[in-house]
Design a protein around this ligand. Structure first.
Ligand SMILES: [Zn+2]
Length: 354
């Protein structure tokens, strides 16, 4: 039996209990599930202690910020090796993530039921170009808990073109198309955050064929901040239509252009993204510890409660704040494709009537 759905239910139950017990009457009830926090990069490549004592997402900040869940990206920098990242680099970073989970003292391993005061772990891949050498290798990463897979990072690669790649926006390559089909068949999801616009729209019919939500783990609205890493209104609408989410990124140039970003600018992003994609389709994807310059007032993971308070003051309901901070993210992290659901139904029926 697959335990993912009961686990998500348990996470929610625990979070709700934690929230109720901590919340003063005027405090909004919420807990955070953050779709993109780059601590594995810091620990694996920058020498940070896996106990997470420094940076944006320290264990203390995660506690103060009411984090209940966090996605660790296996980020494969384009500059690795002479010929780019290799699959063995992904294996090594996954070991680092497992080390952080085991060492920091606040994380539960992927797939474990929630516990009060602990942070549930999820894993993604950012920049999967190495898998063009052998796309079958992605299966074992999905089997080890990888839920979200971004084909590219800052440059075009052998799978697809990047939002910040050179001028040749070629979309998906032949092997890129095979790769995304394989990911969807295995029940994981494609992360469109660094994809080019052409690749984004090439992905849409494939995602629809598999009934898979389209997820941008850490991208904002391009209408509000004109940056190729952000999503156009058309893209935000499609994300909403497929049941997906866009994760709100706190990096200044993605929040506002040509000046420092304030909390007001972040609020503007949230409100526009909600207006275009829908309240069920916006989440948090902070990009903390990813070399970012966070907006003023959201300097680190401890500051999330002030964003929740500001949204409540702007008239957003407690339920809607909770959707943005955790429920929407948990929905896509718990996604299962129709074949997996059918297998679960079959198994349940055969157990009942041996
Ligand atoms: Zn990124």
């Amino acid at each position: 039996m697959d335990v993912r759905t009961p686990i998500l239910t348990a996470i929610l139950a625990t979070m709700t209990l934690t929230m109720v017990s901590h919340a003063a009457p005027e405090e909004p009830a919420f807990a955070v599930v953050d779709l993109h926090v780059d601590v594995p990069w810091q620990v694996h490549f920058k020498g940070r202690d896996p106990k997470l004592l420094e940076g944006h997402a320290t264990t203390a900040n995660l506690r103060t910020g009411a984090y209940g869940g966090l996605v660790f990206p296996i980020y494969l920098p384009d500059y690795l090796n002479k010929t780019g990242p290799r699959i063995e680099d992904a294996d090594a970073i996954l070991l680092t993530i497992e080390n952080i989970i085991g060492t920091a003292g606040v994380f539960l391993p992927p797939g474990k039921p929630a516990e009060t005061g602990k942070v549930n772990s999820f894993i993604s891949i950012e920049g999967a170009g190495a898998f063009a050498s052998d796309i079958t290798q992605i299966d074992r990463f999905i089997a080890r808990g990888v839920r979200l897979i971004g084909p590219v990072h800052a440059h075009n690669n052998r799978l697809a073109s990047s939002a910040t790649g050179d001028d040749s926006d070629f979309g998906f390559t032949e092997v890129g198309f095979q790769f995304v089909e394989r990911v969807y068949k295995a029940g994981a999801l494609i992360d469109v955050s660094h994809l080019s616009d052409k690749a984004f729209f090439e992905l849409v019919p494939i995602a629809k064929k598999y009934n898979a939500p389209i997820v941008a783990t850490h991208s904002n609205s391009r209408k509000i901040a004109n940056h190729p890493r952000n999503l156009t209104d058309d893209e935000l609408k499609v994300i909403g239509e497929t049941g997906g989410v866009a994760g709100l990124n706190f990096h200044t140039p993605f929040v506002v252009t040509k000046r420092s970003a304030t909390m007001d600018d972040v609020i503007k992003q949230v409100e526009h993204m909600v207006k275009v994609a829908g309240i069920d389709h916006v989440a948090i994807g902070s990009d903390f510890d990813g070399g970012i310059k966070p907006a003023e007032g959201l300097e680190d993971a401890s500051m999330l409660p002030s964003l929740a308070r500001r949204l409540r003051k702007r008239g957003m309901s407690e339920e809607d704040v909770l959707k943005i901070f955790s429920l929407n993210a948990l929905r896509v992290l718990g996604y299962r494709n129709p074949a997996q659901l059918q297998a679960q139904v079959d198994e349940a029926l055969s157990t009942k009537h041996p």
